[in-house]
Design a protein around this ligand. Structure first.
Ligand code: 5GP
Length: 193
């Protein structure tokens, strides 16, 4: 998605050798106009996949997931990272190691919001080593639901997440693919290009 790549070039900042900071439009401040276009883009790609539900994980996946759900006119469920008094029983849970925080979290969703009739489109902000997506896949499996596909806003193809998903043969669509960071600059494309 050209507009997203341009925005990454303009506002993104490379931290160290493998982290991209995009706080000004995705991870802290949110650009709703760009988010809406992302929702349209995911919809156009997956519109024939009979999606019944969008699944993401809090918090940065929620904005692109809601915009996608709006296009499909289906509910959006986000996995929670913290247990709360209102989220206690009857949960699907999975353990996820966080790439940016370097800690493990349990992510959970209520069994009420996912059933074996669902055909789920997973949406997330970044794909790095694939831990978050893997945790969501496990939850969908536990519910006996089907995964229609995975939509990623920014994929870092030089990390191992994409290969993991490709191995599972799940359709994946990333709006921006980054093959390398070079001298603090982002190089777009697939790793083998
Ligand atoms: P994974 O589970 O694929 O290793 O990492 C995905 C999660 O880590 C994303 O949901 C995102 O929150 C975070 N993440 C991974 N890489 C980056 C990055 O380069 N920048 C930011 N802002 N978040 C990232």
């Amino acid at each position: 998605m050209k507009e997203l790549e341009e925005r990454i070039n303009k506002d993104g900042r490379v931290l160290g050798k493998d982290v991209l900071k995009v706080d000004s439009f995705l991870n802290h401040q949110i650009d709703p106009v760009l988010m809406e276009k992302m929702g349209e883009e995911f919809y156009n790609h997956f519109k024939d996949a009979n999606v019944t539900k969008i699944l993401t994980v809090e918090s940065s996946g929620i904005a692109p997931a809601v915009m996608t759900g709006l296009q499909f006119q289906v509910p959006v469920v986000f996995a929670r990272k913290h247990k709360s008094v209102t989220l206690k029983d009857d949960l699907y849970t999975s353990e996820v190691y966080s790439f940016t925080k370097k800690t493990s979290n349990h992510i959970s969703i209520s069994k009420k919001y996912l059933s074996s009739d669902d055909n789920v489109l997973i949406i997330d902000d970044f794909l790095a080593n694939g831990q978050a997506v893997n945790g969501l896949n496990e939850i969908v499996d536990a519910a006996g639901a089907n995964i229609a596909g995975i939509g990623i806003v920014i994929e870092k193809s030089f990390q191992k997440g994409r290969q993991l998903i490709d191995k599972e043969k799940i359709p994946v669509y990333s709006l921006a693919r980054i093959k390398a960071f070079e001298d603090g600059h982002v190089v777009f494309g697939k790793e083998d290009e």
